[in-house]
Ligand binder design. Sequence first.
Ligand SMILES: Cc1cc2nc3c(=O)[nH]c(=O)nc-3n(C[C@H](O)[C@H](O)[C@H](O)COP(=O)(O)O)c2cc1C
Length: 221
Amino acid sequence: MNYIEAIKERHSVRNYTPEHIQAEKIVKLNEKIRELNEAGNLHLQLMEDAGNTYNRLLNRAMGLGSAPSVIACVGPDDDTLEQRIGYYGEKLVLFAQTLGLNTCWAGTFNKKNIGAEIRNGEKLVISIAIGYGKDKGKPRKSKTMDQVVDAKGERPFWFNNGVEMALLAPTAINQQKFVIKLNEDQSVEFIDKGGIFSQVDLGIVKCHFEIGSERAIGKFF
Ligand SMILES: Cc1cc2nc3c(=O)[nH]c(=O)nc-3n(C[C@H](O)[C@H](O)[C@H](O)COP(=O)(O)O)c2cc1C
């Protein structure tokens, strides 16, 4: 499965089987985490036992309490941390999808129970539930391309492909509060229209756009 296929197959999954992630997949996830932490200056951590991370009322109502494992999204606290978490965290989510695992980004969780290492100057931003879903999730409502694009005239193929994948990006409460702007010099800008976790969302959107457009769009952060 390539990353475009992973994007198309990925949906948030909130109900998991009790099965633990197999040892060889844990090794692969940890290798990927090491690579992403280095690229993004992050401290993402796979907690094999999610324990009571998802014991909050809202989690139990939504089902996330069944997730066997969790990724703690931690990093040095600076202006770009949330976007970097979104961008590199989503790369991990898509990698997990290629391994046959399911995931759900979760801003609502019990920070005290996740058991992550948080060094001096670091911040725990968000969690990602991970395991084998009871189902594979399902497609949800989405904004249209025209609702998220700011561009004049004809739009190049690569730009539309990027936007198409960006519309499949998970965002907090499915808010999709971003605009992708194509400038006359063909450079691309990503605009945050605000909302809860919107900077994490924007990083996720950049990750999807980059995969869809097959272009490095320049300096992201
Ligand atoms: C930053 C962020 C935070 C999220 N927080 C939660 C959460 O606390 N609980 C939850 O059940 N889902 C959460 N989600 C999942 C979104 O509700 C989900 O991605 C969105 O509805 C789109 O659905 P999809 O992921 O299936 O495409 C979060 C997603 C993102 C990107």
